[in-house]
Design a protein around this ligand. Structure first.
Ligand SMILES: O=C(O)C1=C[C@@H](OP(=O)(O)O)[C@@H](O)[C@H](O)C1
Ligand SMILES: C=C(OP(=O)(O)O)C(=O)O
Length: 409
């Protein structure tokens, strides 16, 4: 399914959208619920990745396919390693078989797990033979993906002595590790994170808190930040349910988008995004996104749509996500006439006021490619190829975009 966005210079001046729970928080809490069934979770994400996670945890099959869901692949590898008397094959999409998992598998093996590679060494699919993990201390490389670390932390409280992790190298995507620790703390699991060492105590007895409400997804909110940034002065979009003290690192959007004139007001359980003229529209956008990699695509496209120079660093994890996002961004932006240069961990976009028309944006099975480019419908007519890819994190995206006044065909 392709979707054409007809150039819409004006969306509704005021609109309201409800986004479901954070996919990251949901997938952590689903795993914790499998370990501690008394936990109840509200406002779960309706994303494919969370639905797949839920299904996988309930499944009694011997082969479990988690398609494109990175967190599900990593978290379930740790989970099934501890499920005694269970033997499963954990597999995924063609792209999942190219996303590395060796760092996590090595760490789990070090703790006593029995995991085998079924195709390429270091990559899914995996055969996992569940057994009690006998050790409690392990070192692992922390500069490739924080998901390996979160996976180990999520199962830690069920091990006899908990877990102590020593993290080697620069720690990437730190807010996601802190999110994991905060959720563990919320249910009464004690943790320490000092320097490059994290430890998690075993949980004796039942979880302290049983009802948890997931805050809505900030990464999904990013597309509306972009829409407001590219809109006329005073355009407002209200998004629910969000809070000021978020566990999600992508809540940094509220700060970042001030550079594009978007003001965020926290109102009960929602946020109101409003376009103002209180910003310097000439200033280049310069950011290190190693703490918030999922909003890189949104920010670059906003910068392009608003004719701003943009230099992003800290993008080393983008190459192993749903697609190589650095190459995908460069390729697709250049179709609109943008000048983009990339390295292994950075992207530079030159300011330009020309935006090509009738471009077909390829999405590479990456939900964020589709959603990041959509706001350009405020500047030009474009077509998003394979637009259904958005369901990985935000199945209602196109409907919500129509609701705020975009013309979709
Ligand atoms: O733990 C999580 O929920 C996530 C961690 C990040 O991955 P990396 O740590 O691989 O950067 C992020 O990109 C991903 O979308 C979700
Ligand atoms: C990178 C992402 O997800 P995952 O790694 O969980 O597939 C994402 O949602 O942008």
């Amino acid at each position: 399914m392709d979707i054409q966005l007809l150039k819409t210079s004006k969306i509704h001046p005021k609109s309201k959208i409800e986004i479901t729970g954070s996919k990251s928080e949901s997938n952590r809490l689903l795993l914790l619920q499998a370990l501690y069934p008394e936990i109840q979770v509200f406002n779960l994400s309706n994303s494919d990745d969370s639905v797949l996670m839920q299904k996988a945890l309930k499944s009694t099959d011997t082969v479990i396919d988690i398609h494109h869901a990175g967190t599900a692949m990593r978290f379930l590898t740790a989970y099934f390693s501890t499920q005694v008397e269970r033997e499963i094959v954990l597999t995924g999409s063609k792209r999942m078989k190219e996303r590395p998992i060796k760092i996590l598998v090595d760490a789990l093996r070090e703790l006593g797990a029995e995991i085998f590679y079924l195709e390429k060494e270091g990559y899914p699919p995996l055969k996992i033979v569940g057994k009690p993990l006998s050790k409690d201390k392990v070192s692992l490389q922390a500069n490739v993906s924080s998901q390996y670390i979160s996976a180990l932390l999520l199962i830690a409280s069920t091990l006899k002595n908990g877990i102590t992790l020593k993290l080697d190298g620069e720690i990437t995507s730190v807010p996601y590790i802190k999110m994991t620790l905060s959720l563990l703390n919320e249910i009464g699991i004690e943790t320490q994170f000092i320097g490059n060492t994290i430890s998690v105590n075993p949980l004796y007895g039942k979880p302290k808190r049983k009802k948890l409400v997931v805050e809505s997804d900030w990464s999904s909110a990013s597309y509306f930040y972009s829409v407001v940034a590219l809109s006329n002065i005073n355009t407002e979009i209200e998004l629910s349910s969000y809070k000021k003290n978020s566990l999600q690192g992508d809540a940094v959007l509220a700060e970042i988008y001030k550079m594009f004139g978007v003001q965020t007001t926290y109102n009960n359980d929602s946020i109101i995004l409003k376009k103002t003229n209180q910003y310097d529209s000439e200033n280049p956008i310069e950011l290190d996104l190693s703490d918030a990699p999922d909003i890189a695509q949104t920010i670059v496209v906003t910068a392009f749509g608003s004719g701003r120079t943009c230099s992003l660093t800290g993008l080393h994890t983008l190459k192993i996500k749903e697609t190589d996002r650095l190459v995908a961004l460069k390729t697709e932006l250049e179709k609109f006439g943008a000048e983009v240069s990339i390295t292994e961990n950075s992207l530079h976009l030159k300011a330009s006021n020309e935006i090509g028309e009738n471009v077909n944006v390829a999405t590479y099975n990456d939900h964020r490619m589709a959603m990041a480019f959509a706001p350009l419908g405020l500047k030009t007519t474009l077509t998003i190829k394979d637009a259904h890819v958005v369901s990985k994190s935000y199945p209602g995206f196109w409907e919500d975009l129509g609701h705020i006044g975009f013309e979709l065909k």
